[in-house]
Design a protein around this ligand. Structure first.
Ligand SMILES: Cc1cc2nc3c(=O)[nH]c(=O)nc-3n(C[C@H](O)[C@H](O)[C@H](O)COP(=O)(O)O)c2cc1C
Length: 408
């Protein structure tokens, strides 16, 4: 029997029915008031029926001025809790647990949403479309921590089984960990202990504010893969610090907007474990240092590679993203042995450097929107068309958001 079918009990006593997790994917389907729409609810209904043990929402901002996308749904006092609860119920309907991925986009907030976002420093993202950030003051950092707590409480109120604190991919908490971005000379910058202070304080405050049975997870980079950035050695140490704060599991990913390592699409010949699950080798050192469960996301496709990784004690949970867009119900087929591989459509795509920046990711984003709105993706759509459609969706959602913010 494949290891992916085994149950897992988290440190707080909550049981997951198997080892497959849908990692966070920004649905970008919220309305102009950043509340979940029916399309988003339908999406989670499909995923829940699809057999995975745990579903993690995409980026769910704790602060309306620091969205990653105008279509993010937000958890704060203004949220329509009826819609949020309907989303949670849909996600749980098939027996999956639901986590909200709480995030603050920091300097990766698009300029059209906030031209001067709060960040850990004044170091600007080296990409077009992102404004000059302001370094957060002491009191602004306290507000950020309070907002994570407020959102976690809202998530608990709405019926979520827990939250995942997003400390990966270059958003505020991740940028704070990076000496390349975090140039502060106060108690929030410099040594690793200082750079980790923000995420640790967020985790501590959330743990103290929610029920002990509420799952608290963190998504962390194995490395930023940037010169002078957050390294693998740093990552192992931060994972140990997070464990001491009562985190129930850690998910490992990597990279950021400037260095998008999280979304690799490898060639068809990628068959070896190391080449398929590209963060697995990095995870090994982290796993050795921890007692709590470890989840790794990025590239997993073959049931045998997943089962071996669990069997060999390298990880406990398998995170996947893109296969849930190609077939929202593939997990049940993989678990029952009807298929031996999750859909790996990205392997048919040309190398990323032969395409416009972000085109493959944008194609997946537009497919995700179709899956929510019409119940199925259109896998025959060309990369260029998916890319362009998604850019249009961003423009539409941003204009709508800005209009709703400034009613005439
Ligand atoms: C369309 C799309 C949106 C994503 N949005 C998020 C997100 O909101 N938060 C996050 O932590 N990761 C996000 N990711 C990254 C995934 O969680 C995952 O780390 C990545 O897709 C690699 O896993 P995979 O190879 O199984 O797809 C996104 C990925 C895709 C494809």
């Amino acid at each position: 029997m494949s290891k992916i079918n085994e149950k897992l009990t988290l440190p707080n006593g909550i049981e997951l029915k198997n080892r497959i997790v849908k990692s966070a994917m920004s649905e970008a389907l919220a309305d102009e008031n950043n509340n979940p729409t029916q399309a988003q609810i339908d999406l989670f209904q499909q995923w829940s029926e699809g057999g995975a043990a745990l579903l993690i929402t995409g980026n769910t901002p704790v602060d309306r001025m620091h969205l990653e996308h105008a279509g993010n749904f937000v958890l704060d006092p203004k949220s329509d809790l009826k819609q949020v609860s309907a989303l949670v119920a849909a996600g749980q309907s098939g027996g999956a647990k639901m986590l909200a991925q709480l995030a603050h986009a920091g300097r990766q907030t698009p300029e059209a949403i906030n031209p001067h976002p709060t960040s850990i420093s004044e170091v600007r993202l080296a990409l077009p479309g992102y404004g000059q950030p302001f370094p957060a003051t002491e009191s602004e950092l306290s507000e950020v921590i309070a907002k994570f707590v407020q959102s976690a409480r809202r998530a608990e109120e709405a019926g979520f089984d827990g939250v995942q604190i997003h400390a990966a991919h270059g958003y505020l908490l991740s940028s704070s960990l990076s000496p390349r971005i975090n140039t502060r000379e106060d108690r929030w910058g410099g040594s690793l202990e200082n750079r980790a202070r923000l995420v640790l304080e967020v985790v501590r405050a959330v743990r103290n504010a929610v029920d002990p049975g509420f799952i608290l997870a963190v998504k962390l980079n194995s490395s930023d893969f940037q010169k002078g950035g957050f390294t693998h050695t740093d990552s192992v140490q931060v994972a140990v610090m997070l464990e001491a704060e009562g985190v129930d599991f850690i998910e490992i990913s990597g990279g950021n907007f400037e260095e998008p390592t999280a979304y690799q699409h490898t060639s068809k010949s990628a068959s070896s474990q190391a080449r398929e699950a590209y963060f697995l080798d990095y995870a090994a050192a982290i796993k050795d240092a921890l007692d709590i469960p470890l989840m790794v996301t990025g590239g997993f496709r073959s049931a045998s590679v997943m089962s071996d990784a669990i069997q060999n004690g390298k990880i406990d949970l398998i995170g996947m993203g893109r296969p849930f867009i190609a077939d929202p119900k593939f997990a049940a087929k993989l678990l029952s042995g009807v298929i031996s591989m999750a859909p790996a459509i990205e392997r048919d795509f040309p190398p990323a450097d032969s395409l416009p920046r972000g085109a493959v990711l944008n194609w997946f984003c537009s497919q995700l929107a179709l899956l929510g709105k019409q119940g199925r993706p259109d896998l025959s759509m060309s990369i260029e068309e998916g890319h362009e459609n998604y850019l249009d969706q961003i423009r539409f959602a941003t204009e709508r958001l800005n209009k709703a913010r400034r009613p005439d």
